[in-house]
Design a protein. Structure first.
Length: 688
């Protein structure tokens, strides 16, 4: 009598081979032996990944390229293509060009940058509004500012206030005398509220000040950018605040200086080649770390003034601060991450930096406390922040850890997120990654050998699932930006076309299952719409073997000509042409008790299997990808009659012999949707 077993989820993803026998392990029941070109959904189901849309060849194909996001808000986002000393801009899936009326109207925007292609891998960045700050050990900090879609400007970051100090301040006494009074004046920027450096000290001799017959009048030059001028007077070696004016004059009537409020004192932490390696925005400060000269030191700006690292004497809470981590081994700070606390990830450890009151206390110059959370260092791959959790790549590049707040220790701890799929990281490292929150909370991970992995990460629902992907080429870069109700994923892919290595920017298509004619399950593809199209042109795939989806029907055996023309054997109105994707899924087997004990080690056969499908068309099934007994699940549709995707329970007979594995494998070789929610095999076990 067959036994029906149920695998209702694939929430553990592909598991390493030495776990395939661990039937006692709770993740085994929702794991897979193979998950290739499938992604695991947030609900635990599996769907073959969508294909990619060809956008453009990169500007300089001879050098590596890195894609970075620029997100002003969810409705205003760009992808920046960085190459050898150049940058291009993508918006809504297309390269930005100069508008009509511009002297370069219609031409692609190419912006010169200070960065060599060889240095792009360790470039760190932090966006604040229309500005992005960039750091790298080999360069002074740079700022990229967007002025328009086509107008992007670079500048070396100037770590002084944008508003200049007052110049030409004068002081005139009402009555002469032998008392010496010294003043300093600052401006306050009307837009940012930032205070300038003080003016040169103005000395004046006067009678002893009083409010009637011995006043001193200061004249301050006008500044249209200033909202006010603040006046400080020297008192026993300290300058204290005596008042402010919104006009060009200020009268001192023997006002007592408030020495708890002082003019800013210049501090330039990044002078003399101390270029910072990393940065983050935290608690209304810009915080830098990993300087070339002081690699273990963090530098926090003044509150609300991200380029201002000045201080006062005595210090106050909103002054800038400088703090060195530890006094033992000197590990460079590679990343700063803003969670509830400030986290510093060094080459050899992870630190939590807070005020002295604990994890929720703000860091100030007068209150700072650093605690080492672990001794697992980080690689140069920037961490990902997902909610109040951070994920980072360990120093050697093959292990992923998360960081979560623990009330028990009032600090951050974490777990190894890659240990169950460590075979996917063997002999290669993580090169880049990017997080797409919608639709399925996926982390797209580019490996050093050009492979692509995805991690479905919903820790609160115990969905932590790795899968692997391949294409006719090598993935080199990835980034994500918001795009309507989903996140768009952009790649740089190196492909060989006509015997020449090409680098293309491609965008992952939205996963559409119906109507089938709108499905996009081909890589590096282009779609054409018209009336009775007999041929289409894909010059970026010249000479390549391609596959087409013509009005929802699969057409194989095509080759793009030397100039990229593909002649169709049947005409169509909606034609998708690109490189094929083969998607594979294989279960770990079955586990249940028989009358004579566990089924493990016994020969079993699976005469039929029930698949719970969602919007699926086509596919093959068998007792193992390498079994040689894979059969097509459904007859091919009739010509010019695109079959609608199927949703529901689908029972299929299998060519299963007697063996000890009890696996079920599915394959989708066609550019069609396949989504599997559960597998219910009917299993017969031998008595031996």
């Amino acid at each position: 009598m067959p036994v029906s077993t149920n695998q209702p989820s694939f929430a553990a993803g592909e598991l390493r081979p030495d776990l395939h026998a661990r039937v006692d392990f709770n993740r085994w029941a929702v794991g897979l032996a193979v998950a290739r070109n499938f992604t695991i959904r947030a609900t635990g189901g599996a769907a073959n990944r969508a294909g990619t849309e060809f956008l453009a060849a990169v500007h300089d194909e001879a050098h590596p390229v890195r894609l970075l996001p620029f997100v002003f808000n969810d409705d205003d986002a760009y992808v920046l293509e960085f190459g050898e000393a150049c940058m291009r801009v993508y918006r809504d899936g297309a390269l930005v060009v100069y508008p009509e009326g511009h002297e370069s109207a219609g031409q692609i925007v190419v912006v010169a940058t200070p960065f060599a292609a060889a240095d792009l891998g360790q470039l760190k960045f932090e966006q604040s509004g229309d500005r992005v700050r960039f750091t790298h050990r080999a360069y002074p900090s740079q700022v990229l500012t967007r002025h328009d879609h086509y107008d992007w400007r670079w500048a070396v970051e100037n770590f002084v206030p944008e508003i200049a100090a007052p110049a030409g301040v004068t002081a005139v006494p009402q009555a002469s005398g032998s008392e010496t009074y010294r003043y300093a004046v600052t401006f306050t920027d009307k837009d940012s509220g930032e205070e300038s450096l003080p003016s040169a000290v103005v000395s004046v001799s006067s009678a002893v000040l009083n409010s009637t017959s011995a006043k001193i009048t200061l004249t301050i030059p006008a500044n249209a950018q200033a909202s006010q001028a603040d006046v400080y007077r020297e008192d026993n070696g300290l300058y204290g605040w005596i008042g402010a004016t919104e006009t060009t004059t200020f009268v001192d009537t023997n006002i007592k200086p408030d020495t708890t409020i002082n003019p800013p004192k210049e501090r330039l932490p990044f002078a003399d080649g101390n270029h910072p390696l990393c940065l983050t925005e935290h608690d209304q400060r810009m915080v830098y770390g990993g300087g070339a000269v002081k690699p273990e030191t963090i530098e926090g700006s003044r509150v609300g003034a991200y380029s201002n690292f000045f201080t006062t004497r005595p210090q106050v809470d909103d002054d800038s601060y400088s703090y060195r981590l530890g006094r033992g081994k000197v590990y460079e700070i590679r990343h700063l991450v803003s969670l509830n606390a400030l986290m510093a990830l060094t080459a050899g450890s992870v630190w939590q930096i807070t005020g002295k009151g604990g994890s929720s206390d703000t860091v100030t110059p007068l209150s700072v406390k650093a605690r080492r959370m672990n001794n697992r260092g980080a690689s140069h791959v920037p961490p990902l922040v997902i909610g109040e959790t951070a994920l980072y790549v360990q120093a050697r590049g093959r292990t992923v850890w998360d960081l979560n707040y623990s009330l028990d220790i009032d600090g951050y701890t974490g777990n190894n997120m890659s240990v169950l799929a460590s075979h996917l990281f063997r002999r290669r490292t993580i090169r880049e990654w990017a997080y797409a929150e919608e639709p399925d909370s996926l982390i797209w991970t580019v490996m050093s050998d050009g492979a692509l992995l995805t991690l479905c990460y919903l820790r609160e629902h115990q969905v932590i699932a790795w899968t692997r992907h391949d294409t006719d080429g090598a993935f080199e870069s990835v980034c994500t930006i918001p795009d309507g109700d989903e996140d768009a994923i952009y790649f740089v892919v190196r492909r060989t076309v006509g015997g020449v290595a090409r680098r293309y920017v491609e965008r992952l298509a939205r996963r559409v299952a119906k109507p089938v004619a709108q499905a996009w399950f081909l890589d590096c593809a282009r779609r054409f719409e018209g009336s009775a199209l007999a041929s289409v042109a894909v010059p970026h795939l010249a000479g390549k073997a391609v596959v087409a989806l013509v009005d929802g029907n699969v057409v194989r055996g095509l080759t793009a000509s030397a100039d990229g023309v593909v002649t169709l054997p049947r005409k169509g109105d909606v034609v998708l042409v690109g490189l094929p994707i083969e998607a594979d899924l294989e279960t770990l087997g079955v586990n249940f008790d028989t009358r004579t004990g566990t089924v493990q080690g016994k020969k079993v056969t699976i005469p039929s299997v029930l698949l719970k499908l969602e919007e699926t068309r086509g596919g093959w099934i068998g007792p193992g990808l390498d079994s040689g007994r894979m059969i097509e699940m459904k007859p091919k549709p009739k010509a010019n009659a695109a079959e609608a995707p199927f949703t529901g329970d689908f029972r299929q007979a299998m060519l299963s012999g007697w063996e000890t594995r009890g696996k079920v494998a599915v394959r989708q070789p066609d550019p069609l949707p396949f989504a599997l929610l559960a597998v219910v095999p009917d299993v017969e076990a031998s008595n031996g």
